[in-house]
Design a protein around this ligand. Structure first.
Ligand SMILES: [Zn+2]
Length: 179
């Protein structure tokens, strides 16, 4: 397995539209494993293939519910290939989102609470499920990446501008302190 570099804004590749996965070969399995390793290391709870420069409709998620006794977080790796989401009902949920491609910045995004998802797993097997809560939010955030959309696009222009300015400033500080 290998760690992959994560693209960050304003990298134009993050705006590309990803195309469906058609071949379920060893290269795909390796990419999935590398994406999990990269996501766990970051650390993050979701990663779309385009975030590591691969414009394929593939995303990995692990909400890693922490163990109550302060032990190791329990891993629950999920793979979604060629996912399709349909909102169910009118209810929306507000959640403070972050993104590995927009490091250390957070903003509140409102998304449908419940969705119906269809996807293929890493073996190409089809699944269909009703999903709500945190997984529904995360899945919709990752799904956006496949269309070249970032969570900051859901914020007001003012909020987005402030957040991007802060990101540039923090990035500059980080670079200066690494000399
Ligand atoms: Zn993201």
């Amino acid at each position: 397995m290998a760690l992959l570099p994560i693209l960050e804004v304003p990298d134009p590749r993050l705006r590309e539209k990803s195309t469906p996965v058609e071949v379920f070969d060893d290269n795909l399995q390796r990419l999935i494993d590398d994406m999990f390793e990269t996501m766990y290391k970051a650390p993050g709870i979701g990663l779309a293939a385009i975030q590591v420069g691969v414009a394929k409709r593939l995303l990995v998620i692990d909400l890693q519910q922490p163990e109550e006794e302060g032990g190791e977080a329990k891993r629950n790796p999920l793979v979604f290939i060629n996912p399709e989401l349909t909102p169910e009902g009118e209810e929306k949920r507000l959640y403070t989102e972050g993104c590995l491609s927009v490091p250390d910045q957070y903003g509140e995004v409102r998304r449908p609470t419940t969705i119906h998802a269809k996807w293929l797993d890493r073996d190409g097997k089809a699944h269909g499920e009703r999903i709500d809560g945190m997984l529904a939010t995360c899945l919709q955030h990752e799904m956006d990446h496949l269309e070249g959309i970032l969570f900051i696009d859901h914020l007001s222009r003012l909020k987005r501008g402030m957040l991007m300015k802060k990101l540039v400033k923090e990035r500059k500080l980080r670079e200066e302190s690494s000399y």
